[in-house]
Design a protein around this ligand. Structure first.
Ligand SMILES: [Zn+2]
Length: 307
């Protein structure tokens, strides 16, 4: 499996060293702001520790597969129990008990404490004891947004890895590999994310969802009082973009469902229902690589047909 983060060469080097040398610290703390990938990296490290293959994590061995299914007997994730916002001291006491058990499958038992700042001060103090004298067979992997939110005594017993924002061009390359938006749009989203690829992807997603919604609303307003020329003009920009078109069909479907439910005019309801059926057919066709221009022209014709 590829290292899951872009940039961050130092962190990458440190983790490679741990895995290759087999000298895995008994506690690793990964610090990074929201969206920098600290949870992804923490899970990658946990999986690599549990992996039984050569190049860890190999993705193929029983260890990797059990990890992915959430059933590895030597893996424990610690998080607040339902309806609570913090991890309690009792939960940490359970970890201490559990850490004494010998690993069943892997060489180590791994405890993942994602967002360690959710541990209460008492919980952190309880954890401290086991961090001071950890059993040989236990590794703790912790993440946090900022070390300032943890007790100094806890931090000092961990190997700390600090995630930094990748530079703009590296980040843009990475986002381009998973998003079809153009580079300018991607760079602008990355800038407004404050240097987080995860947040930038969310911004792009929201932007395209709200653009699709706007187009779908405009579509309905033309349907009610416009003409086919206006309709074609509205849909024309979508012809070159399959992703935007799919998002538009999705948004239109949602609007039609609520219009069908809320309209008092039976004639309009029938018209919306017919259009809804067309949208369903087109969604299937979209998946089979249908010609976008033909599809959108057919949609505008269906929309402007009053009976
Ligand atoms: Zn493996």
């Amino acid at each position: 499996m590829r290292f899951p983060l872009v940039g961050n060469d130092r962190v990458r080097g440190a983790i490679d060293n741990m895995l290759i040398s087999g000298k895995i610290p008994h506690a690793v703390l990964i610090e990074g702001e929201e969206g920098l990938g600290k949870t992804t990296l923490a899970r990658y490290l946990c999986k690599a520790i549990l992996c039984e293959g050569e190049e860890r994590p190999c993705e193929n061995c029983a260890g990797c597969r059990l990890f992915e299914s959430g059933n590895h007997p030597d893996m424990e994730s610690v998080e607040p129990i339902k309806d609570r916002k913090t991890v309690s001291v009792d939960q940490v006491r359970d970890i201490v008990t559990s850490a004494a058990i010998v690993p069943q499958k892997a060489a180590k038992r791994v405890f993942l404490i994602d967002n360690a700042e959710l541990l209460t001060v008492q919980a952190q103090n309880a954890l401290l004891k086991i961090l001071e004298e950890p059993p040989e067979t236990v590794v703790f992997v912790l993440t946090c947004r900022s070390r300032a939110m943890l007790l100094q005594t806890v931090i000092s017993r961990c190997s700390v890895l600090i995630l930094a924002s990748p530079d703009e061009q590296t980040a843009a390359d990475c986002i381009c590999s998973v998003s079809k938006r153009d580079r300018e749009e991607i760079l602008s989203a990355y800038r407004s994310s404050g240097g987080s690829i995860g947040l930038a992807l969310n911004i792009l997603k929201k932007k395209s969802a709200s653009a699709a919604e706007d187009t779908a609303k405009e579509f309905i307003s033309i349907l009610k009082g416009g003409n086919q020329y206006e309709m074609l003009k509205l849909l024309f920009p979508l012809e070159k973009d399959r992703v935007k078109t799919a998002a538009f069909y999705g948004a239109l479907e949602v609007i039609l469902v609520s219009l069908i439910k809320d309209s008092s005019s039976a004639t309009l309801v029938r018209r919306y229902e017919r259009l809804y059926n067309t949208v369903q057919e087109h969604k299937v066709l979209l998946k089979s690589n249908a010609n976008l221009s033909l599809l959108l022209t057919a949609l505008s014709a269906a929309a402007m047909t009053e009976r």
